[in-house]
Design a protein around this ligand. Structure first.
Ligand code: COA
Length: 270
């Protein structure tokens, strides 16, 4: 499906709003804290791929409707039987990586505007963008480890590049939340603004890039991505398989049970 500027496409889980050369993509499951279920992830993948055919847009801004940018993977998604064959199960597990790749491969400049929480898969989306602006009250983190699972979706190197190996290990191994000021100091966020100014600050940044020559800007983006991500596929191609493995552990079940019971988890390494 193309995203030509003359067309209006409606999605179930996102809103797309055009403002001249700037297009806002709004995650739109606010009642579920924009938790990433299959439908939302497919919509983000599809809208991202559509920018390839969109000449009008020069900058894409990702925002989250509601209190939080995104609470990450939807832990309440109705459990469906996994595909009966491993061949299809592996492909199904690849959806997150396909969505993140689609965002990275948007030719235009991309910005994420983060309010409240951006956790787990919910922070993978901003790290796939070129720039991140946070509201003063925002916080980010990778709680996957506390659910007994690895960080998948090819998102690990995106974090390493922003904060360096030691801070990435700290964030991803401990799964703690980091506040806006820390994330700014670490270079994870490019700018922090009062919450009520978040959208206007994101649009101001967007307009700055939208005023630059798009051919040169998009070539520069492509080259910098190629330079900085040259090893990503080699390192991360197995992360969906690792995710399948970790979802089979007792520690995964314990992590999920502890989250919903609002109690600390006890992990046994099995
Ligand atoms: N998937 C599905 N439901 C979720 C969710 C998720 N990822 N995160 C939170 N919820 C649910 C809560 O269970 C709660 O449901 P309830 O009202 O039926 O009890 C509701 O959303 C509100 O959550 P609450 O924690 O009360 O809101 P908050 O504003 O105080 O905090 C978060 C929001 C996002 C910081 C917090 O909910 C959280 O840490 N969520 C888990 C994040 C996570 O581990 N994601 C998975 C990554 S792999």
């Amino acid at each position: 499906m193309s995203l030509n500027h003359q067309q209006v496409i409606s999605y179930e889980n996102i809103e797309v709003e055009r403002r001249g050369h700037v297009t806002l993509v709004k995650l739109n499951r606010p009642a579920a804290l924009n938790a990433l279920n299959t439908g939302l992830m497919r919509d983000v993948e599809q809208v991202s791929r559509g920018f390839m055919d969109d000449e009008q847009t020069r900058v894409v801004v990702f925002v989250g409707n509601g209190k939080h940018f995104s609470a990450g993977a939807d832990l309440k998604a109705p459990s469906v039987e996994p595909p009966p064959t491993m061949v299809m199960r592996r492909r199904q597990h690849g959806l997150g990586a396909r969505m993140i790749r689609a965002i990275i491969e948007i030719p235009q400049v991309t910005i994420a505007a983060i309010q409240g929480a951006a956790l787990g898969g919910g922070v993978c989306i901003p790290t796939a963008c070129d720039f991140r602006i946070g509201a003063e009250d925002c916080f980010c983190g990778y709680p996957e480890v506390n659910l007994g699972i690895n960080l998948a979706w090819h998102a690990l190197p995106l974090c390493v590049r922003l904060v360096g190996p030691a801070r990435a290990k700290r964030m991803i191994m401990l799964g703690e939340r980091e506040d806006a000021q820390t994330l700014l100091d670490w270079g994870f966020l490019d700018q922090v603004v009062p919450a009520e100014q978040l959208l206007s600050a994101a649009l101001t940044m967007a307009e700055k890039y939208a005023g630059q020559p798009p051919v040169a800007v998009q070539m520069i983006k492509q080259s910098i991505n190629a330079v900085s991500a040259s090893m990503d596929d080699a390192v991360m191609h197995m992360d969906a398989d690792q995710n399948i493995l970790t979802t089979l552990t007792d520690d995964r079940a314990e992590g999920i049970a502890a989250f919903f019971a609002r109690r600390p988890a006890t992990f046994k390494g099995n």
